[in-house]
Design a protein around this ligand. Structure first.
Ligand code: PHE
Length: 450
């Protein structure tokens, strides 16, 4: 079956696809707002340390398992197991990963649908369609379902085309567009009155706040979500890498792009918030905290854009376009997890599988929308707070304790014959065996205890 599998055609294609998966809604508004309310540059520093010392090693675990097996997570984890019990646990973890990836997509598609609705709304305003524009930005079941279906349709259409023509081609096109849009927006916002104040908040370190233990754990949680770890996404992307690639290097590139874009987004979102403040928009809650997360994107920023006249409408189109692209390159990586599993283990055609699974996930999204107040937050909590760290933990255990060390070395040698002499091989194997699982377990216990 391996010969029928897709494969990325170049290192660039892989890095764009994996970085595309990593760079998503989490980076562009999650990271900047967290940094703003948690000690500015000091949080940035903590985030950088955590991302390189914990998220990067965990990413490497997924990439290596995937590349070794050239198969989906279930098959891959079974393959490196030595006993029946290990095969059972590995296979189950793979299946849970496939369910979690689908559930993440079910809420992600709703939020991404809003992003597309806001983008379309600004476009309509530009051409005088005010009433349709207003409908698109007001919360309602029909708007929510249509936005979600549109976004899910795009995701399915790309995944139905496979690795090279779908994932790789579209990531190569969309990621540079994302970067350029982001840079243009940053430059523009910096020229506005009030921007420098936001920059100060972002760049002035407050170490007292940033070194609080709960904050370090939070930084770790968001680094895991941001690098798409703990659902098998990076494992499946790794499985499409050819054996000549130097894994520690490509993994490092993906981490660097992910962090780089999060940091760059901070230069957009923070200054934009203070420009909004300067224009009379409320950006603090009554108890003096910075407004964050969904409120920021869907209320503060649109109010800022409204206060800027025609330029504001254009910036709004660009901004929500940027968010939609970031979401799309992530959502395709989520859908690929269940699709790859079904195609490889059941032998069903890719196109059919993509439409079928995409359709089922759209049904789950609709159920969430019908019971929005009770289900939306719940699905996010179960998947990102509990499941992701737990499966990430298992991946590290499989690489660190289950898989034989000499096989691991052989796998790494394929793309880098001198790996044994380098720093990576001296540190990473025991790091992923001891440090990563211990700390991931600590985050997990902390989530459990609230
Ligand atoms: N990394 C994506 C983001 O930052 C989210 C994601 C999670 C993607 C899990 C794939 C798998 O938005």
């Amino acid at each position: 079956m391996a010969s029928a599998r897709g494969e990325f055609s170049s290192r660039f294609g892989f890095v764009m696809a994996a970085a595309g998966s990593a760079v998503g809604l989490g980076n562009i508004w999650g990271f900047p707002t967290q940094a703003a309310s948690n000690g500015g540059a000091a949080f940035l520093l903590v985030y950088l340390v955590v991302a390189f010392t914990l998220a990067y090693p965990a990413l490497m675990a997924e990439l290596i398992i995937g590349r070794h097996a050239h198969a989906n997570a279930v098959t891959a984890l079974r393959q490196i197991s030595n006993t029946g019990a290990q095969r059972l646990i590995g296979g189950s973890a793979g299946i849970i990963g496939f369910i979690v990836a689908s559930l993440i997509l079910s809420f992600y598609a709703i939020v991404a649908g809003w992003m597309m609705a806001f983008c379309l709304s600004s476009l309509l305003t530009l051409f005088g369609g005010e009433s349709a524009a207003a409908w698109l930005t007001s919360f309602g079941f029909t708007r929510n379902v249509l936005g979600m279906l549109l976004f899910m349709g795009l995701t399915v259409a790309i995944i139905a085309r496979g690795v090279r023509d779908g994932i790789e081609r579209w990531s190569e096109r969309l990621m540079p567009v994302l970067l350029v849009t982001l840079v243009v927006l940053v430059i523009y916002v910096m020229t506005l009155e009030g921007a420098m104040e936001g920059l100060k908040v972002y760049l002035l370190p407050d170490f007292k706040r940033a070194l609080a233990p709960d904050l370090i754990l939070n930084a770790l949680g968001s680094a895991f979500f941001s690098l798409s770890l703990g659902v098998g996404t990076m494992l499946i992307y790794g499985s499409y890498l050819d054996d000549r690639q130097n894994l520690p290097l490509v993994g490092g590139m993906v981490t660097a792009v992910d962090i780089g874009i999060a940091v760059l987004a901070g230069f957009l979102v923070l200054p934009a918030m203070y420009v909004a403040l300067h224009n009379g928009v409320e950006i603090f809650t009554p108890d003096g905290k910075l407004i964050s997360e969904d409120t920021l994107i869907f209320t503060v920023l649109p109010e800022l854009f409204n206060s800027m006249g025609l330029a504001g409408i254009l910036v709004s189109v660009f901004f929500f376009f940027l968010m939609s692209i970031a979401a799309l390159t992530s959502s395709i990586s989520m859908l690929e997890v269940p699709v790859a599993y079904v195609v490889e283990t059941r032998g069903v055609a890719r196109r059919k599988t993509a439409y079928l699974i995409g359709g089922c996930i759209a049904l789950v999204s609709t159920a969430i929308l019908l019971n929005f107040d009770s289900l939306f937050g719940l699905v996010i909590t179960i998947t990102t707070r509990y499941s992701q760290p737990l499966i990430g933990f298992l991946f590290c255990i499989y690489v660190g304790w289950v898989w034989h060390r000499d096989q691991l070395l052989q796998e790494l040698r394929k793309g880098n014959p001198d790996i044994e002499q380098g720093l990576f091989w001296k540190i990473w194997p025991w790091w992923v065996r001891l440090v990563c699982p211990t700390i991931i377990l600590a985050i997990f216990l902390q989530s459990l205890l609230g």
